[in-house]
Design a protein around this ligand. Structure first.
Ligand SMILES: [Zn+2]
Length: 304
């Protein structure tokens, strides 16, 4: 009974961790512009009501601010991302932003931390290219650069999740018809999580890599509201589309880089392959889209 109660309270916290109350609002005197008002912020100049005497606490808060680590931001947002990923992302894309750190800054600060620590452990830059035995020098150099700049690298990897998520979760019970820019913010948050788990898998144990698919499941389930199978099959399709997109792009890059030395037959072969891959991606997304639409209509009819 005790455990059940705790779980219920945890779940309530996951859905809505912040409470804003209008009770007990005292009158404040703004230290910045001399205006007298009630509320947490001065309506004239925007200074917070709790700004007053300089104390050691305000010095400490100021130092933390340099790194974007004041009490309500980076660390707390990361903490929330670990315990209520989908709900936090849902809050953010729906405009409840007061309690969340900017996901782009979050990703790049996590990336900076990642680079600092991994370079400290092993300062040799990652290099997967041996330039003599590949015809894809440019592509390989790009991949090397992305591996050495994990903020941009993770952004590139997760970018390919945006379109399939947008198509397959159009008719979800929660956050349906999300826009592509909202989709970009979803992936920026997921990118931070991914990078944290990659960091731990490289410094502590490879087991942490398994948290990436698990967290995609948890986050998408909380964010879009499908149950186990509804979330799982859509995520599997997204991973499929993701792989196919990457293979297609590599093929296109290979084609562009070597186009001057190609015979007509080789060129045709590449073009046919690319078109076939794009067509496959389209078919997968189309089928997923139709099933989602059908089941959401069936659900609507049942509840009507
Ligand atoms: Zn003021």
């Amino acid at each position: 009974m005790k455990v059940k109660e705790l779980l219920a309270r945890f779940h309530a916290w996951q859905i809505s961790p912040f409470h804003y109350s209008e009770e007990g609002l005292e009158e404040h005197h703004c230290a910045n512009c001399d205006h007298t008002y009630t509320g947490n912020y001065c309506p004239i100049c925007g200074q917070a009501a709790d700004v007053g005497r300089i104390t050691w606490r305000s010095v400490w808060k100021n130092i933390l601010n340099v790194w974007g680590m004041d009490s309500k931001s980076l660390f707390y947002s990361l903490w929330q991302l670990l315990w209520r990923p989908g709900y936090l992302i849902g809050d953010y894309i729906n405009g409840r932003r007061q309690q969340s750190y900017s996901p782009t800054s979050m990703l790049f600060i996590v990336a900076l931390f990642y680079v600092l620590v991994t370079n400290w452990i092993d300062p040799t830059p990652i290099e997967i290219v041996n330039e003599s035995d590949t015809e894809l020098v440019l592509l390989m150099k790009a991949i090397d650069w992305l591996l050495n700049n994990p903020g941009w690298g993770i952004m590139t990897i997760t970018m390919f999740f945006i379109p399939p998520t947008w198509v397959l979760f159009r008719f979800s019970p929660r956050n349906n018809h999300h826009t592509l820019p909202q989709g970009a913010f979803i992936q920026l948050f997921m990118g931070s999580l991914m990078l944290i788990f990659i960091f731990f898998s490289e410094t502590v144990s490879g087991i942490f890599n398994w948290l990436i698919p698990l967290y995609y499941y948890i986050a998408y389930r909380q964010l879009f509201g499908y149950r186990f199978w509804g979330t799982t099959w859509r995520l599997l399709l997204i991973i499929n589309v993701w792989l196919l997109l990457i293979v297609t792009l590599v093929a296109i890059a290979a084609m562009c880089e070597n186009i001057s030395t190609f015979t007509t037959a080789q060129l045709t072969g590449y073009l046919v392959f690319d078109l076939f891959m794009l067509f496959t991606i389209f078919i997968i997304l189309f089928i997923g889209y139709r099933i989602s639409k059908k089941t959401s209509q069936a659900h609507d009819n049942a509840t009507r």
